[in-house]
Ligand binder design. Structure first.
Ligand SMILES: *Cc1c(COP(=O)(O)O)cnc(C)c1O
Length: 369
């Protein structure tokens, strides 16, 4: 296998793989599974510092984003879509799909969202049912400071939907302190599980907004409200992927036991950026660097494809290019979850140094961790 230093999916710990291979019962009929599911959700909530209920849904990270939008949006609802990245903008499509009216607040893609201009905007217009914001916009590695953005939105009475699929567990997230009504996560980023699960935490205000709807939620699979009494009724809307959830449980236990996790992510990310800058490579963003992914601009004279291919073929390491407006422009190094170790980054930077040399790129200094 190759080393997967991509910003998701990430590599998976052996004890998580083993947990997924255990013999299992029937997740519909076995009452103990309801407890196991609920306890796993509670563990997830506690790691994100919230009293809010969490749900594990069978589906990749995108399902969580769609479910949040599907469950909150009624035809004609105005929704503020904070856009300083590809995922940020992408929320507008979901809002339209469910009959809402997305209002884009577009800001510089190289700068983290700033509170003051947003406040000025909200002072003019704050008639929104909810707002969407991306914590770490993975295609550019942009980290938005949701600890100031979400409380600001709440000040104006706006519910907050946060995509922290690639942000959480490598960057701090405090759901209750920051007023996050629906937080979306996914199994395959810093949680370091295989692809296949999405997780949402839901505040009582968000639940109330769902309960107060005049129209039905226009989806079954993406309906969060349908889980309302799952524990009381011992009923899930569909059969839960029990093996995936066993793996998730182990991965969450791993996160809980890893006391230096945030410090390590901060340090690995900082030292990676410093190494790139020392060598003369250019980081994509001007600020707002996430601890989970580092994004640099393709140096002149080579293509992203060439660099990715040499890394893969000659060094057995997979890095990622990007997509949408950033396709072909940048390379992304993922250092999140189980991938985020000094050892992995040492090897990756050494390989990157060799690959750039082979392609004839002159660096100011050798890339070294
Ligand atoms: C990975 C990710 C998702 C999930 O979608 P993918 O299909 O894996 O791209 C959603 N939001 C963000 C910010 C992500 O990084």
């Amino acid at each position: 296998m190759y080393k997967m230093m991509t910003p998701g999916p990430t590599m998976v710990a052996e004890n998580v793989r083993k947990a997924r291979s255990m013999e299992t019962g029937n997740p519909d009929l076995d009452m103990e599974f309801y407890d196991f599911y609920k306890e796993t959700c509670q563990l997830y909530s506690s790691l994100l510092h919230t009293e809010n209920e969490s749900l594990i849904l069978s589906g990749e990270g995108i399902l969580g984003l769609e479910a949040a939008v599907a469950s909150l949006t009624e035809p004609g609802d105005r929704v503020l879509v904070l856009d300083n990245g590809v995922f940020g903008k992408g929320f507008a499509d979901f809002v339209s799909l469910y009959g809402g009216e997305p209002v884009l607040y577009t800001a510089d893609y190289r700068i983290a969202l700033e509170a003051e201009p947003l406040r000025k905007f909200l002072e003019q217009d704050s008639d929104f049912k909810y707002a969407t914001v991306v914590h770490c916009d993975t295609p550019s590695g942009m980290l938005n400071d949701i600890s100031t953005i979400c409380p600001l939105l709440k000040e104006f009475g706006i519910l907050t939907v946060v995509d922290s699929v690639s942000g959480m567990f490598g960057n701090e997230v405090r759901v209750d302190d920051w007023g996050i009504d629906i937080l979306c996560g996914g199994s395959q980023k810093a949680i370091s599980c295989p692809v296949g699960l999405t997780l949402v935490t839901i505040s009582s205000a968000a639940k109330k907004a769902m309960a107060d709807r005049k129209t039905r939620i226009a989806s079954f699979y993406a309906n969060l409200y349908i889980f309302k009494d799952y524990d009381k009724d011992k009923w899930f809307p569909y059969t839960m992927p029990i093996s995936d959830i066993c793996g998730l449980r182990q991965a969450l236990e791993n996160l809980k036991a890893d006391k230096d996790r945030l410090k390590r992510h901060e340090e690995v990310a900082r030292r990676t950026r410093e190494a790139l800058v020392r060598s003369g490579l250019k980081l994509y963003a001007d600020n707002g660097y996430s601890n989970t992914v580092t994004v640099f601009t393709i140096p002149e004279g080579i293509t992203a494809e060439q660099l990715l291919s040499v890394m893969r073929k000659d060094y057995n390491i997979m890095l990622a290019g990007s997509f949408d407006v950033l396709a072909g422009e940048v390379i992304r190094i993922g250092h999140m979850g189980y991938n985020c170790t000094e050892e992995n980054m040492k090897e990756t930077l050494q390989a990157l140094n060799g690959a750039l040399e082979k392609l004839g790129v002159k660096l100011k200094a050798a890339l070294a961790y």
